[in-house]
Design a protein around this ligand. Structure first.
Ligand code: IPE
Ligand code: IPE
Ligand code: MG
Length: 244
């Protein structure tokens, strides 16, 4: 199957990003509590990470919890944080064995201290791995990220260490949390919603979007492959004239 997707003469996406949406609706359709959907969603994360590695994708980014998701009921946030702990505790060793580098982007100061510590350890442990660069966006907001970068550059200018005219797109991009990660080539959003919900606003300037009605807990390797197939049918022009 991997061979079918990664055929010679085809440029595979270097970076696939996924807005994992629809856990709540998946649970609701089964008359289950929302947590059951989140729990099943963690299984889908596991499968998709494995599939991405097997397909040889260099970068995979998963949107796990947005800066705006802090507006959810405390009980749901508690359940999500519990699942995050569970995921980190059970998966880090396996990710490391599989040669995966884990990184978290977002405002981690809002996460519990033990979760911050687990993330720090995982990043340190997997730092040199090169199989798949897995980024998980937690407590992440695209606008917040841009404001932080702007503030950091403004401080450099105010301190006399940076000339305003030295600020260009490349320097700005390097000051984002994704500084050393290429922009996503393909963004997938599950659950039928067709919006970006404050995800990687700067980075998605020329990203191809694939929206699927599949709810995140039902997302499988096959769905990932379908999205990549759709990506291959797109004509990326970047403002220029088609070369096809
Ligand atoms: C995605 O599923 C998981 C998170 C945003 C944390 P949702 O919880 O948003 O599920 P729906 O959109 O309510 O179905
Ligand atoms: C976006 O999903 C955030 C994540 C998938 C982590 P939401 O379910 O929070 O998005 P909205 O509120 O429907 O835009
Ligand atoms: Mg949602």
């Amino acid at each position: 199957m991997a061979e079918a997707i990664a055929r010679p003469g085809r440029t595979m996406p270097r970076h696939v990003a996924i807005i994992m949406d629809g856990n709540g609706r998946w649970a609701k359709s089964r008359s289950l509590p929302r947590t059951a959907g989140h729990r099943k969603g963690v299984e889908a994360v596991r499968d998709v990470v494995k599939a991405a590695r097997e397909l040889g994708l260099p970068y995979l980014t998963l949107f796990g919890f947005s800066a705006e998701n802090w507006r959810r009921p405390e009980t749901e946030i508690f359940d999500l944080m519990h699942l995050l702990r569970f995921y980190l505790r059970s998966e880090i060793a396996e990710l490391h064995r599989a040669g995966i580098r884990l990184r978290v982007v977002g405002d981690r100061t809002r996460l519990a201290a033990d979760i911050q510590a687990m993330i720090g350890n995982a990043e340190e442990m997997t730092r040199a791995n090169a199989e798949l660069k897995l980024t998980i966006a937690l407590s992440y907001g695209g606008r917040q990220e841009i404001v932080i970068a702007a503030r950091r550059l403004a401080e450099e200018v105010a301190a006399g260490r940076l000339a305003p005219e030295a600020i260009d797109e490349a320097l700005f991009a390097r000051n984002l949390l994704t500084g050393d990660i290429p922009d996503p080539d393909l963004l997938i959003r599950t659950s039928g919603e067709k919006r970006i919900s404050n995800f990687m606003l700067w980075q998605c300037a020329y990203t191809e979007f694939v929206f699927t009605d599949i709810l995140w807990p039902d997302f499988t390797r096959r769905e990932l492959e379908n999205a990549i197939e759709e990506f291959h049918r797109r004509d990326r022009r970047f403002g220029a004239v088609s070369s096809r």
